[in-house]
Design a protein around this ligand. Structure first.
Ligand code: SAM
Ligand code: SF4
Length: 511
């Protein structure tokens, strides 16, 4: 399984892996050895969607052998998110890995080939179904090849035309149907699809195979009801559906039992959460309830939509140190005219009022954002307004994108498209400005002692890395033997635009 795109896709893949584990599937170490290959795809920008078709091309059945050629995986370790049964077993037992570095851990090199894991037990101990290997031989010349996620939803059955060796096409709004779709493939069906977005269901699974041993992700709201004129998400992920607060809190308690102390609540517009359960919790009340779960020490949430961001969320952050002092609040543009064309539902001034709420908080809140440059009709003056807004807000980090025209979106047919070179020019200016802001902000932290959750160990002896509550990356030295998963105090000794460098001041043990 290879995952492209956002954190929500990453977490969907963890749940899809759980569905497969529950059906008795085993992890194998290489795509060569796999009978099932799944791509969880992203179509937010054109490049991301193209990548999927190039991966599928690599799987075209060879003319002479009838076998699939298999790709070697992503170009860098972070891209290659293959299934790791060993990691699954470890996190189920609350085990702290000594080699993985958070999100980017890929297939563990010493995993036992073919070992399936269910509830932490090897397959041989569990009630596993024998999978009929013969029936798994499918359109892919010996493998089931599936396309999941946003490209699946967007391209639908056309994927079968472009890549006839694909046998499963399923959008994220239909993941609840995955066990049934897989059963149909196992029964010999050649092609199955799950493409319905008219649903009020969320994707909850009995097992989630978690890749990150230090931070557990939970989707609390799926889909999106906003209608930003450039965005495919409402088409590919369907309408907003929230999970009940009771079910979310049950899972958080289980995660705490398993040893997780940090959880991150996910949603395309996480703060538009609307509890369908009897308790009718507001998003800020849910944050507090999660923060109050015993042993939970850090609660993160992303992505917040400015329209639904209010003082109650800032008050919750101020009152509960366990709620991380970091808010990702995408602005997209600093120009009200462009924001209107984007249908973002707020003006520059309204956005800045939300920022002012955070700046007024007693506890410093780190603010990050997303920005699109080169939206149709964006003038030089509009662009300068975005730069001025960046100067005013002083973001801790920003994801900056060139506008990419997407199918089905209203902005696709808007006039005054900007030439690619102009978009690139504006993007380069934006990135440089943000880099300088980050350098200056990070330099101000030199000399401070910050609490870090240690989530990585360098190959170089005595070098570790981790995240602060404000989600800053800290690389630091310590002669301690094994501090992975611990909260430690680190003194910052220098800074770069993207990270802090420090030395451990003290191991933290007051909880
Ligand atoms: N729901 C979030 C919000 O409203 O801010 C964002 C989710 S989207 C998956 C992540 C980011 O991708 C957006 O904030 C936007 O900056 C960027 N994005 C979405 N559509 C885009 C497009 N057509 N071209 C360029 N960037 C795009
Ligand atoms: Fe896309 Fe807008 Fe929804 Fe975010 S809020 S997912 S940008 S439509």
């Amino acid at each position: 399984m290879e995952t492209f795109g956002c954190q929500m896709n990453e977490h969907d893949s963890e749940k899809v892996a759980g569905v497969l584990l529950a059906r008795g599937y085993k992890q194998v170490e290489t795509p060569d050895a796999a009978k099932v290959i799944l791509y969880n795809t992203c179509s937010i920008r054109e490049k991301a969607a193209q990548k999927v078709f190039s991966r599928l091309g690599e799987l075209r059945p060879g003319e002479r052998t009838g076998e699939c050629r298999v790709p070697s995986g992503g170009k860098n370790p972070g891209e290659d998110r293959r299934f790791s049964a060993e990691a699954a077993g470890q996190e189920r037992r609350g085990y702290r890995d000594t080699s993985a570095s958070g999100n980017d851990s890929c297939a563990a090199s010493d995993a036992q080939p073919g070992m399936a894991v269910r509830d932490g037990r090897p397959a041989s101990e569990g009630p596993y179904k024998e999978i009929n290997q013969r029936k798994l031989v499918n359109a892919g010349g010996g493998k089931i090849i599936g396309v999941l996620g946003c490209v699946a939803q967007q391209e639908g059955e056309e994927i079968f035309e472009r890549a006839p060796w694909v046998s499963l096409v399923c959008g994220s709004a239909s993941y609840r149907k995955l066990p049934q779709l897989i059963a149909e493939l196992e029964a010999g069906n050649r092609r199955v699809t799950g493409l319905d977005t008219k649903t009020d269901e969320t994707f909850e699974t009995e097992i989630t195979r978690r890749d990150n041993p230090f931070r557990a992700y939970l989707t609390i709201i799926e889909g999106c009801d906003k209608a930003c004129s450039y965005c495919v998400v409402p088409f590919t992920r369907g309408p907003e559906r929230s999970r009940s607060s009771a079910s979310i809190l049950d899972e958080v308690r289980q995660l705490a039992e398993m040893g997780y102390s940090e959880v991150q609540l996910l949603g395309q517009t996480v703060n538009s959460y609307a509890d369908p359960g009897a308790r009718k919790m507001r998003f800020s009340e849910l944050l507090v309830a999660v923060a109050e779960v015993p042993r939970i020490r850090r609660v993160r949430f992303t992505t917040s939509h400015p329209r639904d961001f209010g003082k109650d969320i800032v008050d919750a952050i101020e009152a509960y140190p366990a709620i991380c002092d970091h808010v990702h609040l995408p602005v997209q543009s600093g120009s009200t005219a462009v924001l209107r064309a984007m249908a973002r539902t707020y003006s520059r001034e309204e956005y800045l009022q939300k920022i002012a709420l955070m700046k007024a908080a007693k506890r410093a809140i780190s603010i990050t954002t997303d920005i699109i440059v080169g939206f149709p009709g964006e003038t030089e003056k509009d662009f300068q307004e975005t730069l001025r807004l960046m100067d005013e807000v002083q973001y801790d980090s920003a994801f900056c994108f060139k506008y990419s025209p997407r199918p089905n979106t209203p902005s696709l047919t808007m006039e005054d498209a900007l030439p690619e070179e102009e978009k690139s020019r504006r993007l380069a200016i934006l990135l440089e400005r943000q880099r300088e802001i980050q350098r200056a902000k990070n330099e101000k932290l030199v000399g401070q002692v910050l609490e870090v959750l240690v989530d990585g160990k360098s190959k170089k002896a005595g070098q570790w890395s981790g995240h602060t509550t404000s989600n800053k990356v800290v690389n630091f030295s310590s002669q301690a033997e094994n501090i992975l998963g611990d909260y430690v105090q680190v003194k910052v000794i220098s800074a770069t635009p993207n990270s802090l460098i420090g030395e451990m001041a003290a191991a933290h043990s007051d909880w």
